[in-house]
Design a protein around this ligand. Structure first.
Ligand code: PRF
Length: 376
């Protein structure tokens, strides 16, 4: 996979690069909207491409395996065809979703046995199965099968989970190399650094994963309830070890401020349900700060959703109108808020790119972190 670095900030570790996939070029730093079940909740593919300008989205193996099942996706010719999205897709391997969604699960060296969260049927997910499922789904970037531990977690368990993740990685690589891709284009496997909140384990894991020489590397096990400072500390130590020449993906992060801080540490790719999930609850991220659109204070505020008008939709509707839709529980409210929030996240990472190229990122980042974190 071609990953070309175009600019590096001279104060922070932020960088600007492009990543080539068969389904288009991705400009990093990038945010990937989460499309768990072959859709971004409440957002049409047309809006996603044209208004939000997402270059890559995320799908979840666990969810697609349960519904509609990978046989259907294979019959459709892969997830791109099935959902009518011809830009890039990354799929998470399923492990993390099993841990967060399934009530009953058992982890062994072989894999994870779990009862699914829909009808309680039992399944066994192994590194080999996770790779096979992702081959059927056909994402451009696929993830290794890992164990993500909660926070807090004792040292011994963190160490064991990290070693298991490393063993599983070997099996993922072997399985991946055993068959050609199903749809005629390359799929790139990213391994995942684990190690909890222990610096020595993180360093050990980052070195192990670096040695595998995959096309890109991911950092997992963070943003699971630990203080933000600890997440930054772990991310920084891992970024200092992972090769500069390959993309770095921080999984499941985060708030606009988290993303800006981690871009400064050298992270290139992010995903999070926050912009869409919070949008459905009326929480808007804007260039001026955080808006709870259900608040009475917006009832007669006819200013646009975001003063900077970062996405087309921001200029089309007022805060008062959007508040009305939320208060009346109209579906369109959730849709507008989701498009706005994703548009804002994508705008934010595009701004970061610009600032890095101009050599003004550090100062801009500090100002922006304060701005986007305040509640309006
Ligand atoms: N592993 C995987 N997916 C993930 C995570 C992880 O650790 C996280 C942690 N924030 C989010 N998504 N496979």
């Amino acid at each position: 996979m071609r990953f070309v670095i175009e600019a590096i900030d001279n104060i922070t570790n932020a960088r600007v690069a492009t990543l080539e996939t068969e389904h288009g070029r991705i400009h990093t730093p990038i945010f990937m909207p989460v499309g768990t079940l072959a859709n971004i909740k409440g957002v049409h593919q047309h809006e996603l491409a044209n208004d939000i300008n997402a270059e890559i989205i995320l799908g979840n193996t666990y969810h697609l395996f349960l519904r509609p099942g990978v046989t259907t996706i294979e019959k459709a010719g892969g997830l791109h065809h099935f959902m009518n999205w011809n830009r890039a897709i990354l799929t998470d391997s399923g492990g993390y979703q099993v841990y967060s969604l399934s009530k009953s699960r058992k982890i062994t060296e072989e894999g994870v046995t779990f009862k699914n969260h829909i009808n309680g049927d039992r399944h066994l997910l192994t590194p080999e199965v996770a790779i096979d499922l992702q081959r059927s789904i056909g994402a451009d970037i696929i993830m290794a099968f890992d164990e993500c531990i909660p926070y807090p977690c004792e040292y011994d368990y963190s160490s064991r989970a990290m070693r298991l993740t490393h063993h599983w990685l070997e099996r993922c690589i072997k399985k991946k190399n055993s068959k050609p891709p199903l749809y005629g284009y390359q799929q790139y496997l990213f391994p995942i650094v684990q190690g909890g909140t222990y610096s020595d384990l993180r360093a050990q894991s980052a070195r192990y994963i670096t040695e595998k020489d995959c096309h890109g590397n991911a950092i997992g096990g963070l943003s699971v309830g630990e203080p933000a400072e600890l997440m930054y500390e772990m991310t920084e130590s891992v970024c200092n070890i992972l090769p500069k020449s390959k993309p770095r993906y921080l999984m499941g992060v985060g708030t606009p401020a988290n993303i800006l801080e981690c871009i400064a540490l050298g992270v290139d790719m992010f995903d999070c349900v926050m912009p869409t999930r919070n949008a459905r609850n009326g929480m808007l991220f804007t260039s001026q700060g955080i808006v709870n659109i259900k608040n009475k204070k917006w009832a007669n505020d006819f200013s646009q959703i975001d003063e900077n008008g970062v996405t087309v939709i921001d200029r089309q509707y007022s805060k008062a109108y959007l508040r009305h839709l939320f208060v009346a529980n109209e579906m369109l409210g959730k849709q507008i808020a989701s498009i706005h929030n994703l548009g804002f996240y994508l705008w934010l990472v595009r701004q970061a790119r610009k600032q890095i190229i101009q050599g003004t990122f550090g100062k801009w980042k500090n100002q922006m972190v304060k701005k986007v974190s305040q509640r309006l």
